[in-house]
Ligand binder design. Structure first.
Ligand code: ADP
Ligand code: MG
Length: 259
């Protein structure tokens, strides 16, 4: 079953020349029940593409369907019940505690101005424990580290109780243990996930499929084995690649090309 079907997506930010859209002719079919990774160099359009999937941006042209329906046909709450999003750009300037912030995820299910139910509170407890942040839950989110904030955002996404999760570089700011922990949580919860990742070795370990974006175009899509080929990755990232298999998982060692 298809989670997202993207047909010929073009996206151009206001003021960008018509000849140079940020996304060009993106056609992708993203299956359900898997972790789908998006990789590519800085500025290749990964975040822009993800924003089109969670409807923060509307494509300039082309069509996106989500679980068989036009993405535009969902109500805001209807979409929030189906899809949770963890992105990097949210600012942590609101004076809420971690717990209060995580609890906001429940807004996907009812108007939080009516207050929170005992069920909401127990879902929040569960999410805080899952991410190992229950001990700091009463700290203001303006006074926590980048890694703690990242885990707080994922905990909030968990309280939405969706089947689908979209993540933009969720491992930024995290130590190696926490990077794996986050992606293990996404796996363990059996999310259908679309995740933008910089670390190709994490992509190899946790993603079922990968799509490579470069200059706003999908260069290739397939399993990590098909995509993480030295020739393709060298071409896209301009690095020299040595490929190994460790524990049955592809691992790349990247070195600068000799100048
Ligand atoms: P990535 O996530 O792969 O690093 P982005 O999708 O953030 O790439 O950006 C793709 C391109 O679009 C970049 O050239 C970036 O400068 C440009 N871009 C991103 N956001 C905006 C914006 N709000 N207005 C204009 N250009 C933007
Ligand atoms: Mg980005």
């Amino acid at each position: 079953m298809t989670l997202f079907s993207c047909e010929d997506i073009t996206f151009r930010y206001a003021g960008i020349r018509e000849a140079n859209p940020t996304l060009t002719g993106v056609c992708l079919s993203i299956p359900k029940d898997c972790i789908f990774g998006i990789i590519g160099p800085n500025g290749s359009g990964k975040s822009t593409f993800l924003k089109c999937l969670y409807r923060s941006l509307s494509p300039t042209s082309g069509k996106i369907t989500f679980i068989g329906n036009d993405l535009g046909s969902y109500s805001t709450r209807g979409l929030a019940k189906q899809m949770a999003v963890v992105v990097q750009t949210e600012s942590a300037s609101i004076p809420l505690t971690i717990r209060e912030y995580v609890r906001l995820g429940r807004a996907a299910h009812h108007n939080v101005l009516d207050g929170f139910t005992a069920k909401d509170e127990s879902i929040v407890d569960e999410a805080l424990a899952e991410l190992g942040i229950e001990e700091i839950q009463h700290r203001p989110i303006t006074e926590i580290s980048g890694g703690e904030y990242q885990r707080t955002m994922l905990a909030r996404a968990l309280t939405q109780k969706t089947d689908v999760l979209l993540l933009d570089e969720p491992t930024n700011h995290l130590d190696v243990f926490q990077q794996h922990k986050i992606l293990q949580t996404v796996r363990k919860k059996n999310f259908s996930a679309v995740v933008v990742l910089h670390d190709l070795n994490l992509a190899a370990r946790y993603c079922d499929y990968l799509a490579v974006l470069d200059h706003g175009k999908v260069i290739d899509m397939g399993t990590p084995d098909e995509i993480l080929r030295a020739d393709l990755i060298e071409d896209v990232y301009k690095m020299s690649i040595n490929r190994f298999v460790v524990d049955g998982v592809i691992q790349l060692v990247m070195l600068p090309l000799e100048s």
